[in-house]
Design a protein around this ligand. Structure first.
Ligand code: NAP
Length: 270
């Protein structure tokens, strides 16, 4: 893929959460590459590694490390590899979330203890964990970015425990921004509108959610991963040097809307 500008020239960053070419992290990685950043990628499991390797290679990266964010040893190995190869780190993208899909339908009320803890561990604690590890490599300052969703702010159908995890993730962004600001390390989140990906396909009635957003967002369409990429580049580069602790919405404006558009059609299932 082509490099269009030098905004991120000389900057090195770790992208966590590319599963395939539909992933939001992939949209961000493409923007970073176009801006001349050097990238490393994590993947989970060898099957995913086989899928991510050619994607990484298309962005001139041969730096792939396996990472399971529930494992201390796995994360120790990831950040040791980054330290060994690069000696430092300028930015990190965290695009990781998980919940049992059987609990992303029906009522939040019925969330099990086991899935609550697992969802919060993978979707929220993992960001704090990788921020601490990444910050230790950011002696010259840096930028850390995670992905969240409006289900943190308001009730969305079927988002359930994931909404609770994203609310905690957004609160973490603020506390981490305060902890790391003195080292010139910024911490921000993008609240993305719905996009069809592997992770989102676990959410009940997701096609309905996509259609509702398309019909009712001010821009009257859904977002693309390239638009998430543009905002990611802004938050990871010096363009946003005065911005930290922010949750930036990339959702075609859906978050400002209080009600269905009067001229939007009534939809049942799509
Ligand atoms: P995706 O392509 O499926 O990416 C999710 C990634 O999380 C996958 O690479 C997945 O790896 C990884 N992951 C899950 N558990 C992990 C673990 N224990 N250790 C390491 N990695 C793990 O889906 P996506 O939609 O782009 O999701 C990226 C982020 O964007 C998530 O935080 C999601 O909540 C957020 N987001 C998505 C939307 C949307 O509509 N798609 C909207 C707003 C926010 P495996 O495939 O191996 O599990």
């Amino acid at each position: 893929m082509t490099k269009k500008n030098a905004l991120m020239a000389g900057r090195r960053g770790l992208v966590m959460g590319v599963a395939n070419e539909r992933s939001l992290a992939w949209g961000i990685a493409k923007s970073l590459h176009e801006a001349s950043a050097e990238l490393a990628f994590t993947y989970q499991g060898e099957a995913l590694g086989r899928r991510v390797r050619p994607l990484a290679e298309s962005l001139d990266s041969d730096f792939l490390v396996e990472a399971d964010v529930t494992s201390e040893e796995s994360l120790d190995a990831v950040f040791a590899a980054v330290g060994e190869r690069w000696g430092g780190l300028d930015f990190l993208v965290h695009a990781i979330a998980f919940s049992d899909k059987d609990e992303l339908k029906g009522k939040y009320l019925n969330t099990s203890r086991e899935n609550f803890l697992r969802t919060l561990e993978i979707s929220c604690f993992s960001f704090t964990d990788v921020c601490r590890r990444a910050a230790a490599l950011m002696s010259g300052g840096g930028s850390l970015l995670t992905l969240t969703y409006a289900g943190a702010e308001r009730v969305m159908p079927h988002y359930n425990v994931m909404g609770v995890a994203k609310a905690a993730l957004e609160a973490s962004v603020k506390y981490l921004a305060a902890d790391l600001g003195g080292d010139n390390i910024r911490v921000n989140a993008i609240s993305a509108g719905p996009v069809k990906t592997l992770a989102s396909s676990a959410i009940g009635d997701f096609r309905y959610i996509l259609k509702w957003n398309e019909l009712n967002a001010p821009l009257q369409r859904n977002i693309t991963i390239e638009e998430v990429g543009g905002a990611g580049l802004y938050l990871l580069s010096d363009l946003s040097s005065g911005v930290t602790g922010e949750v930036h919405h990339v959702d075609c404006g859906y978050h400002v809307v209080g009600m269905k558009r009067v001229d939007a059609p009534d939809i049942s299932t799509v």
